[in-house]
Design a protein around this ligand. Structure first.
Ligand SMILES: [Zn+2]
Length: 458
């Protein structure tokens, strides 16, 4: 069905939240509900029931058993991979979503985080935004393609994976790359990491994620011979560390724009007005004074323009009546995609300016090269956005946080953050309490992703 015809037939359902969902929407909603109600918190939960249920749905829909894979590094960390066969004219596209969630405690929420609830135009539950909406929509989309007899010119590979939030040794994407790369080998992947932006309920921007920052933890450590605190000396481990952290607190790395962030500022200027719009445009043009003003006003935009390092944890001392023999801090850094660790450490050493402080790397997840601005992807993204939401500005972005995209990008599979779900810019609840998704946004995202995958596969 063409996009316009589809919009005519089902578009009415978007007009009012009270309209009952159509059959395709109902199926996506059912899958979504089932996924939300599985406690898949990455430390205490399991993704396995979700993986098994998804596998069963595809089996029932007539997919060959050999095209369905369920497996993972631990019994409670299953991933599911399903191959939708195309003609094979082009290399496959990977449709990725993670099915683990950040932990959620009933007492922290006003509703039960693991009971799917539709209320006041929203779906509530842990994972409604991050990332089970996309997981459910991918499943519903492939099942719909199958029912419609759609024959893409390439295989479409669905991978729903564990432990994105944990980021640890059981990460599903990392595990699949290591153990079963053939199952997910693809030309590029579509993943979370970007969305539509609502301001005061109005759709303003639609983002596509092309890059993300690199994740690095550093340990600053001072050792000292210590002694009795009744006979203090100036050479004190805690004072050394405190001085270093103070110098770090007033330091900022140089601003550095990339092709992607320059385009981000250029485009997002269009959805602002007055002095803000003017400053965003100046940032895109490389105006350092404007960068400084924008950085001072907006932590996320600051993070988009530079590598950042910030103190996140402290330890030190062993008794209230002893001079400290140890003082240490964790510094969490987020590097721009083309920055490098050695350069960052060398610059920090200069800022800290204290040779008693040893700096060591405790976590480095590796470089995450930006994905190319492909003409075919951008064209489809812009065209479907324009058709569904006339006037909405399309914006390429770099995520300042991380996603599973880093494993794929590092493995040579470019990854694009595309969701089509519009969410309030000023009310982001992913990882927080009372996580929710607009009902309207969920069904719109379903339409968008269906059309988008289709546009890229025929
Ligand atoms: Zn996520």
């Amino acid at each position: 069905m063409g996009l316009l015809l589809f919009l005519m037939l089902s578009g009415a359902a978007f007009a009012a939240d009270t309209m009952p969902p159509d059959a395709e929407q109902q199926l996506a909603r059912d899958i979504y509900k089932e996924m939300i109600e599985v406690k898949s918190g990455f430390t205490t939960g399991t993704t396995t029931p979700i993986a098994q249920s998804v596998a069963a749905r595809f089996k029932a829909a007539g997919f060959a058993a050999s095209d369905i894979f369920v497996g993972g590094p631990a019994p409670n960390k299953a991933n599911v991979v399903v191959r939708y066969r195309g003609t094979g004219a082009r290399k496959p596209i990977l449709l990725l979503a993670h099915i683990d969630v950040v932990e959620a405690k009933r007492e922290d929420w006003t509703v039960d985080p693991f009971v799917f609830l539709e209320k006041g135009g929203y779906f509530y539950g842990r994972g409604t935004a991050d990332d089970k909406a996309q997981a459910a929509v991918w499943v519903a989309t492939l099942l719909r393609f199958k029912r419609e007899g759609y024959r893409p010119d390439r295989d479409l590979i669905l991978a729903l994976t564990a432990d994105e939030e944990g980021g640890g040794p059981l990460n599903g994407v990392d595990w699949l790359l290591q153990k079963h790369r053939d199952l997910i080998e693809s030309e590029y992947a579509l993943n979370e990491g970007a969305r539509g932006m609502l301001v005061n309920g109005k759709r303003v921007e639609h983002h596509i994620g092309l890059a993300e920052k690199q994740f690095l933890n550093l340990r600053l450590e001072v050792r000292n011979k210590g002694g009795h605190s009744a006979r203090p000396v100036a050479d004190n481990a805690i004072y050394h560390l405190a001085g270093a952290l103070h110098r770090l607190s007033t330091f900022g790395f140089d601003f550095q724009l990339t092709d992607i962030t320059r385009e981000y500022f250029r485009q997002s200027a269009k959805s602002e007005s007055g002095a803000v719009a003017a400053d965003l445009t100046r940032v895109a043009e490389g105006d350092a004074a404007a960068m400084k003003r924008v950085a001072a006003q907006s932590p996320p935009l600051n993070a988009m323009m530079r590598t950042t390092c910030v103190a996140t944890q402290l330890e030190g001392g062993h008794a209230t009546n002893a001079l400290p023999q140890l003082a240490a801090a964790n510094i969490n850094c987020r590097l721009l995609p083309d920055d490098n660790v050695d350069r960052v450490i060398a610059e920090l050493k200069k800022v800290i300016a204290d040779d008693q402080i040893a700096i060591s790397i405790t976590t480095y997840e590796g470089a995450s090269p930006a994905s190319p601005l492909r003409a075919d992807i951008m064209k489809a993204f812009n065209r479907i956005t324009d058709t569904m939401w006339p006037g909405v500005i399309t914006v390429p972005t770099m995520a300042v946080g991380g996603s599973d995209g880093r494993y794929l990008r590092l493995a040579g599979i470019p990854t694009y953050g595309v969701q089509g779900f519009f969410q309030d810019r000023d009310d982001v609840r992913a990882h927080g309490r009372d996580e929710r998704m607009l009902v309207r946004s969920f069904y719109e995202g379903q339409t968008f992703l269906y059309e988008f995958v289709k546009a890229l596969s025929h």
